[in-house]
Write a protein that binds this ligand. Structure first.
Ligand SMILES: Nc1ncnc2c1ncn2[C@@H]1O[C@H](COP(=O)(O)OP(=O)(O)O)[C@@H](O)[C@H]1O
Ligand SMILES: [Mg+2]
Length: 278
């Protein structure tokens, strides 16, 4: 084998490894609604196992980006690639969780979770297997004793736990969360963070979380993309080196406080720029 052949072989190997790890690629993505240019030439990669937080001002285009990955809308130019293929529409590999819970009011707690599972798994799983999964997530989210309850009778925190149980029962590769904890009180929110971290550790997944909270982003994510005022771009990427095991003590460490200050500073600048657009 000649030297040039050998080196191209190595380059191929490197490329193949990189392709295996890259789950999502936003490639020069642009999107407008009428005359409003929402996303301009955005590129970034999400790797297998990443927990990405998108942080940026209201109206900058975060939900639009997530919708393109969820398959609810398409870029005008560029591409959103999922495992190397353009996203064509929604699929059971991506579990989406919105702030308004995404819980069906006409189904009980238990049936909500089962419905999510039925949507995702049409064949290849027996009824008892499904029941086992529903029971497991209902228990994990501390909802077992409310299995027959209707969503309207649940507190905000319980509804949110139900939404999470449903999203997880479907076992998506990706969890896409659009400000899921925004409406919760501080205590419930903090419980939800720890439940989410527990779940992420138990079953390795890839996650994308949109949040306004610098603290939430740093506590949960391993990478944070700060999104600019419209048209949105990634203005800064932060790597969060706190590993998988995290608990509330982390919030009081100098390393955490310093990152929170830094993140708030850059985000505030983007908020000011976005305000100027109104
Ligand atoms: N379906 C739509 N039709 C028209 N305009 C939209 C639509 N979706 C979003 N927009 C506009 O695009 C901009 C970005 O919205 P969005 O992605 O929801 O921002 P964010 O989630 O960061 O708050 C806003 O100005 C919003 O009004
Ligand atoms: Mg939004």
């Amino acid at each position: 084998m000649s030297v040039s052949q050998r080196s191209s072989g190595v380059a191929e190997d490197v490329k193949r490894v990189a392709a295996a790890e890259t789950k999502v690629r936003f490639q020069n993505v642009s999107k407008s609604y009428g005359s409003i240019e929402v996303v301009r030439d955005v590129s970034f990669d999400i790797n297998e196992g990443d927990f990405i937080a998108l942080v940026g001002p209201s109206g900058c285009g975060k939900t639009t980006m997530m919708n393109m990955l969820a398959g609810f809308t398409k870029p005008d130019s560029g591409a959103v690639l999922l495992e190397g293929r353009p996203v064509e529409g929604p699929g059971p590999d991506r579990g989406v969780m919105f702030q308004d819970y995404g819980v069906f009011p006409w189904l009980t707690v238990e049936k909500n979770i089962r419905f999510g599972l039925d949507l995702a798994v049409k064949r290849g799983m027996s009824k008892p297997e499904k029941t086992e999964i529903v029971e497991r997530y209902m228990a994990q989210m501390r909802l077992t004793e409310f299995r027959k309850a209707w969503p309207k009778n649940l507190s905000g925190g319980m509804k949110q736990r139900l939404a999470l149980a449903r999203a997880y029962a479907a076992n998506p590769h990706f969890l896409l969360m659009d400000e899921p904890f925004g409406a919760l009180d501080a205590q419930t929110r903090s419980d939800m963070h720890d439940l989410l971290l527990e779940m992420m550790q138990a079953e390795r997944k890839t996650a994308l979380l949109i949040t306004h909270s610098a603290e939430e982003a740093i506590y949960l994510a391993n990478r944070i993309f700060v999104i600019s005022a419209r048209p949105s771009r990634v203005v800064e990427e932060l790597t969060i080196p706190f590993g998988e095991k995290r608990d509330r003590d982390l919030l009081d460490t100098p390393e955490f406080i310093e990152r929170r200050r830094h993140l708030r500073d850059i985000v505030m600048k983007q908020y000011a720029d976005q305000q100027a657009l109104r």
